[in-house]
Structures are given as C-alpha cells and as structure tokens.
Design a protein around this ligand. Structure first.
Ligand SMILES: Nc1ncnc2c1ncn2[C@@H]1O[C@H](COP(=O)(O)OP(=O)(O)OP(=O)(O)O)[C@@H](O)[C@H]1O
Ligand SMILES: [Mg+2]
Length: 380
C-alpha cells in the first residue's frame, strides 16, 4: 500500500525521534496507522535508523512478542542475521553453565526469563556498532495487551508495560513508536496503567484535511480510470464529515463504478456512492465501531455508551445536549454529571463523537455517515 501524503506527519515523527523521544500514536481504527508505520520503515535508512515494524496482534505471551521481534530483525534488516548472531553469542556467554546456554536465539528465548532475554537484546541494539539508533514501530500493541490480560490477568500486563518502560529509560538508542487503535487507552485508563506510558510523546494521527481529501479522492478515481469533479469531491467530504483515508478510498472506488470508464465522476455519482456505503453488503466497513464497544467495555458502562450514541443518532437535528443525554441515562439508574463527562470523553477519544461548534454542552457524531449507519443497523 503506497502512502498518500502524510508528509507532515512523517516529518513531525522523525523530528520527535531525532530528539530522542518515543511516541504513542493513538488513533481510531482505519485512519492509516499501519500505512504510516510502513512508510516510516521505508524512510528509515535514509534518515539514519534501523527500523522494524512489529505487528503483535495474535500473540498471547511476552516470549511470542520477542520471538517476533528477533524474527523480523533477522529476516528484514540487511544484516539482521549477523546482529542476532553476535547477540546470541553474547547471551550464551552470560548464561554459561546454565541449561539455557546452548542452541540458537529461539532456544535461548525458550529457556530464559523473557525479561532477561529482552534486556540483553535491547542492550545489544542500544550499542549498535555503527551508532545508528534503532526504531521499533510497534503496531497493535493494545490488542497484544488485551490478549495478555485475557489469558494471564492484569498483573502480567502491568509487568510487561512497566518492564518495557524501564528498557526505554535504560536503552535510549532504541526508540519506540507504539500505535494503538483506541483500546490501549481504554485499558490504560481503566486499570491505571497510565504511568507505564507517561514517558511517551503523544501523537494524535488526524484524518485528512479537505484539500488532501480532495486530492486523494481524485487520485483513487484516476487509479480506477476516472476523474473526479471537484463538486463531487465536496459532496463526499461534506457527507463523511471526518476524512479517514479508508472511507474516502471506499467511496471513491464505489463512485468510480457508478461513472462509466473514462468519464468524470459527477456529484450525482458521488451521492449514489455515499448511499451505497450504507448498504447491507457494506455493513462490515463500519462494524468495527460497534465491536469496539461490545468488546472493550463492561456493563453498565457499555449499555450507557450505547444509549448515549442511540440518543444522539435519533435526534432529528443530529446532536443532543448534555441535559438530554443525562435525562436519557437517568431513566434507568442514577448517573451523575461527572460520569456523563467521562463517557463523553471516552466517546470523543475513541472517535465517535465531537463537541458541537455552535453551542456549549452538546455533542454530535464525528462522522455523519457513521450516524446514518448507527441509525440503520444499531438503533433500529
Ligand atoms: N496515507 C494513505 N494513503 C493511501 N491509503 C491509505 C492511507 N492511509 C490509509 N489508507 C487506506 O486505509 C486503509 C486502512 O489503513 P490502515 O490499515 O493503515 O489503518 P489503521 O489505522 O492501521 O487501522 P486499524 O486500526 O484497523 O489497524 C488502508 O488499507 C488503505 O487502503
Ligand atoms: Mg493497523
């Protein structure tokens, strides 16, 4: 996947790394985190770093995490294999006499405590012979943390995150970029793990601005043998409201199918394409939004969050005041203003809602189309 634009994000992130900072990039699903990580990896050599992208979703153990890290170094970095060979040799020396001392790094990992193994690995990378800093671009850490939580409980997540924090302090030549769709923040907030992440520089990856979105829509149209009329792009942008590259791409592809090959995509084609996004066959484009609440929030919080979103989705004007929302929550049980505030903070941070511009104390969906989808498939 080639990365369209994101030039400013890339420059800002490199500037953070140059200052020795580690970065926490929390941003909602499908906004382009993975695409950006791959871009950073591709740029890393020119910037004087050795970078790896680690996708740790699907793992449930700390050792699987470091196994993946070593495998990526070995397979993807020019002389990663020799880096690991020296590391293995050193670790063997240290463990001399113990059962763990034989075999390759996989066996060493199997027989050592993961902290011990990781400490040696990171210390080795920290002292890179050519003095190049390493950059570990860690994708989907929240999914790993949640898996660890489910399998082994909170203490293990706590240990893992705080141990990595110690390594960040001890080995500053290894820089880290943690990305998370939302879940991480949720886990951290709920279980007071914030301290494990408080050395990170937060970087909120934003959606495209209107100008970039217009160019991107036309870029996708051209890739599909069409052109997009600027008025059509404006229709799409207005309807979407929040310009995630994922949804822009889907709509532009759909609109390209609406217009004949070689033709210009007109506003009417754009409107049809937007409508098609709400069709039954495309409901999976949106289902991650519902799943996130189902998966990550226990009751009664979960019921309350669904109730707030339903109230806002149903409101004819597309927004609801905090008084209305509080009234709705208090039909069942007693919920205070502070609790409502906390819920709205969560729904804002996780990408569902924004505060209205036109009045104080009211919220609306951030993406107009998500509101329409919510109304059709969740509330109905
Ligand atoms: N800069 C970009 N240029 C071109 N396409 C992009 C860009 N960013 C995102 N996309 C499109 O959006 C899709 C989703 O992007 P990506 O997988 O990077 O999102 P994500 O934030 O990692 O999502 P998730 O949280 O679900 O993992 C990509 O597969 C691609 O089609
Ligand atoms: Mg991703």
């Amino acid at each position: 996947m080639t990365c369209f634009d994101r030039d400013t994000d890339s420059a800002r992130l490199w500037a953070h790394f140059a200052k020795g900072r580690n970065v926490l990039m929390l941003a909602p699903r499908r906004i382009g985190k993975t695409v950006l990580l791959n871009r950073l990896r591709d740029e890393s050599e020119a910037k004087g770093y050795r970078a790896i992208v680690l996708d740790v979703q699907g793992f449930r153990e700390e050792k699987a995490f470091f196994q993946q890290m070593c495998a990526v170094i070995q397979e993807e970095i020019g002389f990663g294999a020799s880096v690991l060979a020296t590391f293995t040799e050193r670790l063997r020396q240290t463990l001399k006499g113990s059962d763990a001392a034989g075999g390759d790094w996989r066996q060493l990992l199997l027989h050592t405590d993961w902290r011990e193994f990781a400490r040696h690995l990171l210390s080795h990378l920290n002292n890179d012979k050519e003095g190049k800093p390493w950059l570990v671009l860690l994708d989907e850490i929240p999914i790993f943390a949640l898996a660890l939580l489910e399998t082994h409980g909170m203490q293990r997540v706590h240990d893992f995150l705080y141990t990595l924090r110690q390594f960040r302090q001890a080995y500053p030549n290894v820089r880290w970029l943690f990305t998370g769709s939302i879940g991480m923040d949720t886990v951290a907030r709920r279980n007071s793990l914030e301290g494990a992440l408080n050395d990170f520089e937060p970087y909120p990856l934003k959606p495209f601005d209107a100008d970039t979105a217009t160019r991107f829509l036309n870029h996708i149209a051209i890739a599909n043998g069409r052109h997009m009329d600027p008025a059509a792009a404006q229709h799409i942008i207005a309807r979407l409201g929040w310009l995630s590259p994922y949804y822009l791409e889907k709509i532009a592809e759909e609109a390209s199918q609406q217009a004949a090959s070689g033709q210009i995509i007109e506003a009417a084609d754009a409107d049809n394409a937007v409508e098609a996004m709400l069709g039954l066959d495309k409901r999976t484009y949106w289902s991650t939004w519902r799943e996130h609440l189902d998966r990550n929030f226990p009751d009664p919080e979960q019921t309350h969050l669904f109730s707030l979103l339903a109230t806002i989705a149903r409101s004819p004007q597309g927004y609801a005041s905090h008084d209305t929302l509080l009234g709705e929550l208090n039909r069942g049980e007693s919920v205070g203003v502070g609790q409502l505030r906390a819920y709205l903070d969560t729904l804002e941070a996780d990408g569902y809602l924004v505060a209205c511009d036109h009045a104080d104390n009211c919220h609306r969906f951030r993406m107009g189309l998500l509101r329409d989808w919510w109304l059709r498939y969740v509330v109905a």
